[in-house]
Design a protein. Structure first.
Length: 290
């Protein structure tokens, strides 16, 4: 069994006060890090080479934003899946309004489809979903008994899929067909986050197949090896860490989003975008094919 290494050390990429910062995603086509504020209804971009930032406000709460193959963005919004074209034109790909429900985390699968999660505003057990959206917007409901749909990712060879429903405390793993022809199968537990350590939230997978998990109320990120062994813990001074992703031109910098919501006394960096340079080696992420 490997020894768990506990580490600190971080930089402030963007000092901000996001209510619920989430969804960091590296866009290699633009050399920018995209991230969002779910409850603030904002899409942020950050260029680490120049420090340039942009902020766009959406008309409703937003769960995730991912790049598209032809340019522009795909948005997981409260009322469904929408597209922003390269010229900033907005249009719906698929509307699915359910009162009391909102969008949450999303990821792009190896076949270019979007896997989008939802949850109830009141976090009612079983009130959320995980749905696959084909490039033309055709939905396939994959999980319909989810409470807080969160981190989704794939192994470097595309044959394993990882998934988090936060209140379960588990990081689950499925067998996966990288062509997307078959739904994931053989769900089992990779690891469980013990009580008192926080709640598993967003995740990313590195080039070695290790799974990095941000811990809500855990103030940092854990790395689990492919056999489920915890081998690294990275701490940051913001208790509500929400998600993580590798970025930068060589995908070695780990970006971490954080939140202020629900904190009686937020820390000075709660809601900021943090980065740990040289934390590991990421895998280039597929853009949405729609």
């Amino acid at each position: 069994m490997s020894e768990t290494v506990r580490e600190t050390g971080y930089d402030i990429a963007v000092r901000a006060e996001a209510t619920l910062g989430e969804g960091p995603t590296w866009d290699p086509a633009t050399g920018r890090l995209i991230w969002i504020d779910i409850l603030g209804s904002r899409i942020h971009t950050y260029d680490p080479a120049t420090g340039h930032r942009t902020v766009r406000t959406t008309d409703q709460h937003i769960g995730a934003v991912k790049p598209r193959e032809g340019g522009g963005l795909v948005l997981n919004l409260r009322d469904g899946i929408a597209l922003l074209d390269p010229d900033d034109t907005f249009h719906w790909l698929r509307r699915d309004l359910v009162p009391g429900r909102r969008a949450n985390d999303a990821a792009v699968a190896p076949d270019g489809s979007l896997w989008a999660g939802t949850m109830r505003y009141d976090e009612r057990a079983g009130g959320g979903t995980l749905t696959r959206y084909a490039p033309d917007g055709t939905p396939t409901l994959l999980l319909d008994d989810v409470t807080v749909s969160n981190g989704t990712g794939w192994s470097p060879d595309g044959r394993l899929m990882y998934y988090i429903d936060t209140p379960t405390r588990r990081i689950d793993v499925f067998d996966y067909d990288p062509t997307g022809a078959q739904p994931p199968t053989n769900r089992r537990t990779l690891a469980t986050v013990e009580e008192g350590a926080g709640w598993p939230d967003g995740l990313t997978v590195d080039a070695d197949g290790c799974v990095w998990v941000a811990l809500w109320d855990g103030g940092g990120v854990r790395r689990y090896t492919p056999d489920g062994t915890l081998d690294r813990v990275l701490s940051v001074p913001a208790p509500r860490t929400t998600a993580c992703a590798f970025g930068g031109p060589d995908l070695t910098d780990l970006y971490i989003t954080t939140a202020r919501t629900g904190l009686a006394a937020p820390t000075p960096l709660s809601g900021s975008l943090l980065v740990i340079p040289g934390a590991g080696k990421g895998v280039a992420q597929r853009a949405f094919a729609g």
